[in-house]
Design a protein. Structure first.
Length: 204
């Protein structure tokens, strides 16, 4: 059995990884939450890409706990803005985590732009105590709406219409529908073979 720290205060991310591992039949893994380890300083996420920031978080978790560590970084990439807000998604309006302000600013910036293709992007990283590093990216393609719709989800969900959701916004999908399609679920599936290999080496 290999223990893997999920470096996030969001318990939902741990459950998402549990679901992906179960879906793919990967055993021999015990996921550890941040509540189960001694607190350590949060690293500064100053990377220029989602992969940079995911690795920064996973390296910090592995170094602080001695456990293999999974972390992710994600955001919205708008084609007409050359991939922005990107890694700045959570603080696009200047205040970290102000979803309403971030959405309002992005909609204002895009108000006169017809090309509205965009994607939610997630990069998940796995770092082992030995220093091995693995990353996988997931993309959820869609279009930017002109006004928020829906009450579910968070972040840019109300103004993002996934291409595979029949015209609904991400905030109009149920949690199960969103988790089955999302960018993070796709990235976690891409990372799963590396997790399986780690579990296999622990059993050997």
């Amino acid at each position: 059995m290999v223990e893997i720290l999920v470096a996030s205060g969001n318990a939902k991310k741990l459950r998402e990884l549990e679901a992906v591992l179960a879906e793919l039949g990967i055993g021999g893994v015990e996921l550890v939450s941040m509540r189960d380890v001694e607190p350590y300083p949060e690293p500064t996420e100053d990377g220029l890409t989602f992969a940079d920031n995911a690795l920064i978080k996973a390296r910090a978790g592995a170094a602080a706990t001695g456990l293999a560590c999974v972390a992710d970084d994600s955001g919205l990439a708008v084609d007409a803005l050359r991939g922005m807000p990107g890694v700045l998604s959570a603080r696009w309006s200047g205040t970290h985590g102000d979803d309403d302000a971030n959405n309002a600013l992005l909609l204002a910036q895009m108000s006169d732009i017809g090309l509205r293709d965009c994607a939610f992007v997630s990069c998940c990283a796995l770092v082992t105590p030995a220093g091995d590093e693995f990353t996988a990216e997931g993309r959820w393609e869609g279009t930017l709406l002109r006004a928020p719709r829906g009450e579910n989800g968070f972040g840019y969900d109300p103004i993002f219409a996934p291409g595979d959701a029949g015209g609904k916004s991400a905030a109009e999908l149920s949690a199960a529908e969103k988790n089955a399609r999302s960018h993070r679920a796709r990235a976690l599936r891409g990372l799963a073979p590396s997790i399986a290999a780690l579990a296999g080496s622990a059993r050997a």
